[in-house]
Design a protein around this ligand. Structure first.
Ligand SMILES: Cc1cc2nc3c(=O)[nH]c(=O)nc-3n(C[C@H](O)[C@H](O)[C@H](O)COP(=O)(O)OP(=O)(O)OC[C@H]3O[C@@H](n4cnc5c(N)ncnc54)[C@H](O)[C@@H]3O)c2cc1C
Length: 259
């Protein structure tokens, strides 16, 4: 039996096309405007926010006599007043590997602001059944023994059925049908892969919900890892978060919930 841990790969993020941004700023009459954001994602949020009131510099809109300076203070204000919609302009692309179907089924309940591509177990033949084992099971000798025995038996059955149905001899269409049939006796704990893209507004909400101690252990472990990556990469979007360790897993929380 192969025991696995969830793995996070941030493979993409929003990028600014600098020459076109420059053209827009010239068009607006503030060609020298710039900011101190450390990523394009945080910069784009600030730009989309400032364009609402033309608050790039005082007087550009005669109704605006002073403006907040700097990306950190601008984003902090957006988050405190709950104007979360501007966070939707920045989009991230993750791959979560070695996550169970228990986890992915919970993850896909988050509908707003996401895109999802899940590894197909109709197409991809299961030969082994790698699995995350929750702590309470892992620490229980008898419980762990039953887990290991069951998984090994199920792995054996996957291989046996592939042989009985002579899976390798069939054309791809038939292989797909048989593979799809055989997967039905795989456990929901089997580790698989999901591509998950989201905007930064969604990500804040999902981190809050899924690192909460009442959430399931594996998804808490996953989103604690996600938080570790994004807090360093987008420090101003996540500056208001605090971390408390519960059961050895970070609980990431904020007073500005679901902006
Ligand atoms: C600890 C925990 C336990 C859970 N237990 C269960 C359970 O036992 N059974 C179960 O079925 N589910 C359960 N869930 C899933 C939960 O009910 C939600 O489906 C899931 O957390 C998605 O969150 P969300 O509703 O905020 O939706 P998201 O898609 O993340 O949407 C974000 C926000 O956008 C708004 N929004 C999104 N879609 C709509 C819409 N169609 N109409 C209006 N507003 C919308 C809402 O304000 C929503 O909060 C659990 C979740 C957690 C965290």
């Amino acid at each position: 039996m192969e025991i696995v841990e969830p793995k996070v790969f941030l493979i993409g993020e929003t990028r600014i096309i600098e020459e076109n941004l420059k053209s827009y700023l010239e068009h607006l009459g503030v060609p020298d405007w710039n900011t101190d954001a450390s990523s394009d994602s945080e910069k784009i949020i600030e730009i989309m926010g400032r364009l609402c009131y033309r608050s790039f510099e005082p007087g550009l809109n005669p109704n605006v006599t002073k403006v907040r300076q700097g990306n950190k203070s601008y984003l902090q204000h957006i988050i405190e007043v709950g104007h979360g919609s501007v966070l939707e302009h920045a989009y991230l692309n993750f791959i979560f590997a070695d996550v169970s179907r228990v986890l992915t089924h919970e993850l896909v309940r988050h509908r707003a602001g996401v895109a999802i591509s899940q590894e197909s177990l109709r197409f991809v033949r299961l030969e082994t059944l790698p699995m995350y084992i929750p702590l309470h099971i892992r620490e229980h000798e008898k419980g762990m023994e039953i887990f290991a025995k069951t998984i090994e038996e199920l792995e054996k059955l996957q291989k046996e059925l592939a042989e009985i149905f002579e899976l390798d001899k069939h054309p791809f269409e038939t292989k797909k049908k048989i593979t799809s049939g055989i997967r039905r006796i795989a456990p929901m704990g089997v580790a698989t892969t999901i591509g998950w893209s989201c905007n930064l507004r969604t990500l804040r909400h999902v981190i809050e919900q899924r690192t909460d101690p009442s959430a399931e252990e594996e998804i808490r472990v996953l989103f604690a890892q996600v938080f570790n990556i994004v807090k360093d990469r987008y420090p101003n979007v996540f500056a208001d978060y605090e971390v408390e360790i519960v059961d050895n897993i970070p609980w990431v929380k904020t007073k500005n919930k679901k902006v």
